[in-house]
Write a protein that binds this ligand. Structure first.
Ligand code: HEC
Length: 104
């Protein structure tokens, strides 16, 4: 019985941590990316050339971005300022981007 209780607690906590990470990622992209990119499940990007994040996540695995986020995104981003995030922040942004995959 106790093992089930322990499992239940672990699962509840990890769900909570996952959700918190997505929320942190959302705050980071709101602050740093949203003036050019559409960051949500709908709406056009403020800067027409910047792809909406929900389109970016369909184009390639967002995990590939993790390194770029830490080392500085420069990839063909002429108009985009260079960003560097610490690894925790990068993971939070990835978690947020993954949460957009539900979009059609
Ligand atoms: C000043 C405007 C601007 C800001 C701010 C900005 N971007 Fe971009 N981003 C662009 C533009 C424009 C493109 C389209 C690529 C190009 O042609 O330069 C782009 C493309 C991208 C792509 C797709 C790259 C590819 O190879 O398809 C990713 C991923 C991306 N941005 C992530 C981010 C993230 C994460 C942030 C916030 C940390 C951010 N961008 C902030 C302008 C911006």
């Amino acid at each position: 019985m106790r093992i089930f209780l322990a499992l239940f607690i672990v699962m509840t906590i990890s769900t909570f941590v996952g959700a918190a990470e997505v929320a942190v990622g959302q705050r980071l992209v709101e602050a740093n990316c949203s003036r050019c990119h559409a960051i949500g499940l709908e709406g056009a990007s403020p800067l027409a050339k910047a792809p909406p994040f929900r389109a970016v996540v369909k184009r390639y695995p967002v995990e590939n971005l993790e390194e770029a986020l830490v080392e500085g995104i420069v990839t063909g981003h002429n108009e985009m300022p260079e960003f560097t995030f610490d690894p925790d922040q990068a993971l939070a942004i990835i978690a947020y981007l993954n949460s957009l995959k539900v979009a059609k």
